[in-house]
Design a protein. Structure first.
Length: 262
């Protein structure tokens, strides 16, 4: 019986085969914005707790939310987010290229296209839609769901001018991720097999495995400034927060409370 992560990856292959990513380019050219730092540099140079805020309109755990993506993205940037992640997976997260393009035209911070990337054509789509970086998942490569290996996909992304946030969930995945040329290493506190969340995942991994100065992003599960500070003290260089911000009544204030936690 496949777990939920396998279902997500197999669905991603069907989405690729259906031509979704070949139609990913925005019809309207994104508004020109001032040059920005790369995502990894934005993390390193932040005077506050570096936060990548996530725009998503639905998820298997959050359900669907009806939001003005333009307003949400602007509030996230105004609140102090150093980058914005945009979920583009269409089946379970109801994402779209339009969502990514909409956010790109509204903010000047680096954007991460967050999806289940199994094919190089998705990386090309991310570049063409205005992303600054992409999310890759170590477990996806370990399970043979990608058409290429992790190093090959990272090299392809770099050639396309994109940075890579490579996500891990276990000790062994984290060690393999550290051995790559990924620009940032993520630790997902959510187990994608079961969708359960445990913030101690970040703590447990970083207590055992030295990062050798790599930029580490703790992902998922943060609701409060106290939890943000906990992860920072565990050794995370940055946080990626989505659901708590999408549910917030005042997104700008919610972002600011988190970035001011440390």
């Amino acid at each position: 019986m496949p777990d939920f992560f396998d279902i997500l990856c197999r669905t991603a292959h069907k989405t690729v085969a259906g031509g979704y990513y070949s139609r990913f380019v925005e019809r309207d050219k994104p508004v020109e914005t001032a040059p920005t730092l790369r995502l990894s540099e934005s993390v390193r140079r932040s005077a506050y707790l570096p936060l990548i805020a996530e725009v998503k309109v639905a998820s298997p755990t959050m359900g669907a939310v009806h939001v003005d993506a333009r307003a949400i993205a602007r509030h996230m940037q105004a609140g102090g987010a150093i980058g914005i992640s945009v979920v583009t997976e269409p089946r379970f997260f109801k994402g779209s290229s339009q969502l990514l393009g909409t956010v790109r035209r509204c903010v000047s911070v680096p954007l991460v296209m967050k999806d289940f990337i199994v094919s190089a054509c998705q990386i090309e789509a991310a570049r063409d839609a205005g992303a600054s970086a992409i999310l890759l998942i170590q477990a996806l490569f370990d399970r043979g769901h990608s058409t290429r290996g992790a190093e090959d996909m990272i090299e392809f992304a770099h050639a396309a001018g994109l940075e890579v946030l490579l996500e891990a969930h276990t000790d062994s995945e984290f060690e393999r991720a550290l051995s790559t040329e990924a620009d940032l290493i993520g630790i997902n506190n959510r187990d994608l097999r079961t969708l359960t969340v445990d913030l101690k995942t970040t703590r447990d991994i970083l207590e055992k495995i030295p990062t050798d100065g790599r930029v580490v992003v703790s992902e998922s599960g943060v609701e409060t400034p106290e939890e943000a500070l906990f992860l920072k003290r565990c050794g995370a260089d940055a946080l990626l927060v989505g659901s708590a911000l999408m549910r917030a009544v005042d997104v700008r204030r919610a972002v600011n409370r988190l970035v001011s936690a440390a």
